[in-house]
Design a protein around this ligand. Sequence first.
Ligand code: GLN
Length: 201
Amino acid sequence: MSVVGVLALQGDVREHLVSLAEADVLARPIRRPEELAEVDGVVLPGGESTTISRLLETFELLEPLRQRIKDGMPAYGSCAGMILLADQVLDGRPDQHQLGGLDIVVRRNAFGRQVDSFEAELDFTEVGPVHAVFIRAPWVESVGEGVEVLARVPESAEAGEAAGRIVAVRQGHVLATSFHPELTGDGRVHRLFVDMVRSAS
Ligand code: GLN
């Protein structure tokens, strides 16, 4: 059975562990480099990207995690996790570290400029209609070549300047969503990621 780790330094770790277990993998929290070495894929949870980035350094996980993602280990980031995986961040803190791996530019707290949280029905490629919950979420300002856009915020009066923004992407073995499928009990995005882990291992 595939083993998928959830980076457990800060954020909504437990919800991701539950969603992964429901997708029939062994789900484990990761806090140490030895634990990272034992997993076939990793989930970076929602939380606060600046705090997680600082803790990654403290727990000596920043370089090992960067390296494993570079070497092809599947990774999925939701919200703060998406920010960590982006090659470039707008409105980030100057001392914020990036794991990188996704050739995208994200804008931190982009939805937060309008409201702190926002919900929308999205059409998610390969998954179908998804009820998406955004909490002080980033959006993707631009994507490089080789990045697939999997979902955008639909046009609606409530969406305001978020309408049309990219909120789910995949580049090879790296998946990211601005929203939190782990909070809505909808296991389909985690299953999409688990399929990526299975086909990589
Ligand atoms: N605003 C947070 C950040 O900048 C992300 C919020 C979230 O993960 N729900 O990291």
